[in-house]
Design a binder for this molecule. Structure first.
Ligand code: FAD
Ligand code: ZN
Length: 479
């Protein structure tokens, strides 16, 4: 029998026929697994397999490893933005979807930990934590469909990083199936463990290239007693940075969110979702969303916020501000921020960046890079927004008004990426602050990564996955 056919039969034996999808199935439509969220790439899978437990994942890996020429693409919610979780067009890649492994296995309130399977949707993890009286602070706009495994695979950031860190900082232990189909039982929940190399940190952010995460033990924190949101108009990016410093000083650990949004980004929300009332954007080049999470009570949080905004108005780094009166108003403000990516997609194709620069240098970076882009592409529109508190900007480049989107991408994407990434390198930043490298930026990595670091990455990949079974072509470019 043809080895691909034999493998498909074996996968059906391991996971049950209902959990293996192939193009041989009558009326087969594998697009949900083969196409990435941004519709940048459509691959062709040999099969999509959905194991129900860790032993099945290990058996799938062993079966694939024994079939020459086959490789595996781990996939969670398929919300990744860098073409990391979808197969190529070769027809020899098996998509290993973790979505059936979605149990919260345990909550340990005294240890402040939650253990869940990789396919658990982030929102369900947040819910389970809240029901137990805790906060699981990872939060991003894709939380209704992205999975814990994908969050760990990409070391996702989101809106609360400034207080709680990236996914990496929230993880205390992992269960992983290796490229050899062995299971590493590392769900320790320990906060201290200095017994050698920290393999957990190798796996986190490896985008499915070093192992398949099947479960994780994550940190919980107490729910804040009160959470308040404010929206401020700021006259410049420099003023936004000044406001951030003031907020750190006056709110201390209460500062859990600090998002900056440019005027054009907000005008797109106003244009495409006019029912959302966007405050102040017409009069101000930048707006900032701040969140204060207080361990005392709402009155305390409100007076802290008022003191902050008063000081900021006095110093001139804020020209106008509102504090949400209630949860509905706070949600509406966050919703505006979270609608920017969709509004931008509604406006047409664009070139996305998620870069980081030391916060202190962001004003200079934005001024210089805006000018260089305007010079290179007359009429170009910049959709600037992001997590200023972490020095992370979604510095996105939209075609001039009325331009043909696909033609813009074809003619300018490479040039724009090079211009922006060269600027990032000059400012000692990172070309990917949160979305990862995937396939989209794999060819760029050798240019921008320190050569010694890159050599160590190749050595690690070779040691853990010598036969390139796991997600080849992602992160590290194909040889
Ligand atoms: P997938 O897209 O399925 O996979 C992503 C990568 O992880 C792939 O390389 C895949 O092979 C690997 N992977 C998946 N599961 C596993 C596993 N179990 N073991 C090993 N590797 C695995 N990202 C941010 O960081 N911050 C944001 O604020 C943010 N906002 C977003 C907003 C929107 C609207 C969208 C669509 C995406 C956003 N993202 C953001 C990107 C994306 O949601 C995150 O990267 C998310 O963590 C991906 O999870 P997923 O389950 O969808 O993973
Ligand atoms: Zn982001």
């Amino acid at each position: 029998m043809n080895p691909h056919q034999a493998l498909k039969d074996q996968l059906r034996q391991i996971c049950g026929a209902a959990n293996v999808h192939t193009h041989d199935d009558p009326g087969a439509d594998l697009s949900a697994w083969e196409q990435d969220w941004r519709k940048r790439s459509r691959g062709h899978a040999l099969a999509v397999v959905r194991p129900g437990n860790t032993a099945e994942v290990a058996a799938v890996v062993k079966a694939c490893a024994a079939t020459p020429g086959v490789s595996i693409v781990p996939q969670g919610g398929n919300t990744g933005l860098v073409v990391g979780g979808v197969p190529d067009s070769s027809g020899s890649q098996v998509v290993l979807s973790l979505t059936r492994m979605n149990a919260v296995r345990a909550i340990d309130p005294d240890n402040l930990t939650l253990t869940a399977e990789a396919g658990c949707v982030l929102h369900s993890v947040q819910d389970a934590a809240e029901q137990a009286g805790f906060l699981f602070p990872l939060s991003l706009a894709a939380e209704g469909s992205c999975t814990l495994g994908g969050n760990l695979g990409t070391n996702a950031g989101g809106t609360q990083v400034l207080r709680y860190g990236n996914t990496r900082d929230l993880c205390l232990g992992l269960e992983v199936v290796t490229a050899q189909g062995e299971v590493w039982h590392g769900l320790t929940g320990l906060r201290k463990d200095n017994t050698g190399y920290d393999l957990r940190h190798l796996m986190i952010g490896s985008e499915g290239t070093l192992g398949i995460i099947t479960a994780a033990t994550m940190k919980l924190t107490p729910l804040p007693a009160a959470q308040l949101t404010a929206w401020a108009a700021v006259p410049s990016m420099q003023a936004a940075v000044q406001l951030l410093g003031l907020a750190h000083r006056l709110l201390g650990p209460g500062l859990t969110g600090f998002e900056v949004m440019g005027q054009f980004a907000l005008s797109l929300v106003d244009k495409h979702y006019p029912q959302q009332r966007v405050p102040f954007f017409k009069e101000s080049p930048w707006c900032v969303l701040l969140e204060n999470s207080d361990s005392e009570n709402e009155h305390h949080a409100r007076s802290q916020f008022e003191a902050l905004l008063e000081a900021a108005l006095e110093q001139g780094c804020v020209s106008d501000a509102v504090v949400a009166e209630n949860i509905a108003q706070a949600r509406a403000l966050w919703h505006i921020r979270e609608s920017i990516p969709m509004a931008q997609a509604d406006e047409g194709l664009n070139i996305k960046h998620d870069i980081s620069i030391p916060v202190s240098r962001i004003p200079a970076f934005v001024a210089e890079t805006d000018a260089l882009l305007a010079q290179a592409i007359p009429g170009v529109r910049l959709v600037d927004f992001g997590h200023l508190g972490d020095g992370n900007l979604h510095y996105n480049v939209q075609a001039p008004a009325g331009a043909d989107g696909p033609a813009f991408l074809r003619d300018f994407e490479e040039r724009v990426n090079t211009l922006v990434f060269d600027q990032v390198a000059q400012f000692k930043g990172s070309i990917s602050a949160e979305h990862g490298v995937g396939e989209l930026k794999a060819h760029k990595l050798p240019h921008y990564k320190d050569p010694t670091a890159l050599a160590m990455m190749h050595a690690i990949k070779h040691a853990l996955d010598p036969h390139k079974l796991l997600n080849p072509g992602k992160v590290l470019p194909r040889a």
